[in-house]
Design a protein around this ligand. Structure first.
Ligand SMILES: Nc1ncnc2c1ncn2[C@@H]1O[C@H](COP(=O)(O)OP(=O)(O)OP(=O)(O)O)[C@@H](O)[C@H]1O
Ligand SMILES: [Mg+2]
Length: 393
């Protein structure tokens, strides 16, 4: 059908035509942020899920919704290897500028700007990438100890007071949070904890791969009481059906039940795959309804394309030994193979393979859902590994 009208949007962070199945989490976050703004108890949110489940689009949506409620939102993505102070500082400055535009007294705001100035001046000495051309003044003795836990706590509290003074809240949205080093994550958690204890309206809405839960727990043991960790996963059948059927319906197009069944079976409800399959179905179908033959052809095309892109870019980031490890995992008929079983496939010892496993975790390829268990962070990756390397090495 007409490619100009193809409603599906496979990609990274590209908003889907229908954001299906996320109503509950959107409502939960809205309630939490409302409560935090009012100085009531409410937990910050760390959304965790595999690659391509829709964390980024959800984060963007939550940001838009929160802004519509009058909250001050700042958002950034944590790339691998950057340090938190350098990433968070421009965002917090942006938050203060936005706050400046909100009517109301601004005494606490003026102080927060100077505390940020002190924070930057001190952090510049310790952290790379803290290049700022602006001069905010400084607040002597505030956020300038050089200890990140302490300084970030003072800074977020000053900003929280400024937000409170203007009857709003600061929402910090961070994507790919699993890449923030544990000691810096600990400082962020301490700072949020202090804000929560003092009923200051500062909230974190983060997203990351499943290993984020462990990272946060190791960074601060009380973190599980400070955050909710909603799991963003594959869509259940009804939501997955909606994600496919609604966008085409707007063009007067339907799927036959057999075509839908084929797409649901192949994608297992994973959002990114739904977009890929939907897009291919639309492209190959000559007319409505999209039928079973169309969907089977779409499967062949989608898999070929995913193998050359989505799966391939991840595969290419691995060393030959790491690829062997991933292939060994795929050999085991379990979603969470045990380290011992993987080692047995590779005919090596568990301890010997420890560094390899750790390096795959750092790269975000795998994670450990429970002690000694390992799982892929990319859905349907095991099948890809088997297609690419027919035999374990
Ligand atoms: N609820 C949904 N319903 C339908 N499609 C969705 C939904 N959420 C996301 N998508 C689609 O899934 C794809 C992946 O979304 P997104 O990039 O947000 O995932 P992600 O979890 O951030 O992935 P990654 O971990 O790789 O960053 C996009 O094409 C998006 O349009
Ligand atoms: Mg993302």
């Amino acid at each position: 059908m007409n490619p100009r009208e193809n409603p599906f949007s496979p990609g990274a962070g590209t908003p889907p035509p229908e954001l299906a199945g996320r109503e509950q989490i959107m409502e939960d976050v809205s309630i939490a942020l409302h409560r935090i703004r009012k100085g009531l108890s409410g937990k910050s949110v760390l959304m965790v899920g595999l690659r391509g489940v829709g964390k980024t689009v959800l984060l963007n949506r939550l940001k838009n919704d929160a802004e519509a409620e009058g909250l001050i939102c700042v958002q950034f993505e944590a790339p691998e290897g950057r340090n938190l102070p350098a990433m968070i500082t421009p965002s917090l400055r942006a938050a203060l500028l936005k706050l400046d535009r909100v009517v109301g007294v601004g005494d606490a705001l003026s102080r927060a700007v100077k505390v940020l100035g002190s924070f930057i001046k001190t952090a510049k000495i310790k952290y790379e990438g803290m290049e700022f051309g602006f001069d905010l003044g400084i607040e002597q003795g505030a956020a300038d100890s050089g200890d990140l836990d302490y300084d970030l706590t003072e800074l977020l509290q000053a900003i929280g007071k400024a937000a409170k003074e203007k009857s709003t809240a600061i929402v910090i949205l961070i994507d790919e949070l699993q890449y923030v080093p544990e000691n810096q994550l600990a400082a962020l958690i301490s700072a949020l904890h202090a804000c929560a204890q003092n009923q200051l309206p500062v909230a974190l809405v983060g997203a990351g791969l499943p290993q984020l839960v462990g990272n946060v727990g190791r960074a601060k043991s009380y973190a599980e009481r400070l955050f909710n960790f909603p799991v963003i996963g594959a869509l259940p059948i009804e939501a997955a059906t909606e994600a496919l059927a609604r966008p085409v319906k707007e063009h007067g197009v339907d799927f036959t039940p057999e075509a839908l069944a084929e797409v649901l079976k192949q994608t297992q409800g994973y959002p990114y795959f739904l977009q890929e399959w939907g897009s291919h179905c639309w492209a190959v179908a000559k007319e409505s309804p999209i039928n079973q033959d169309d969907s089977i052809l779409a499967t062949a095309l989608a898999i070929t394309q995913l193998d050359a892109s989505f799966f391939r870019v991840r595969f290419d980031r691995c060393t030959p030994m790491e690829k062997n490890y991933l292939r060994a995992m795929a050999e085991i008929d379990s979603a969470t193979p045990r380290s011992g079983d993987i080692a047995a496939v590779m005919k090596k010892g568990v301890v010997q393979l420890g560094p390899l496993r750790q390096s795959l975790i750092s790269k975000g390829m795998i994670y450990s859902p429970a002690h000694g268990d390992t799982a892929f962070t990319v859905p349907l990756f095991a099948d890809y590994m088997k297609r690419t390397l027919p035999e374990p090495q």
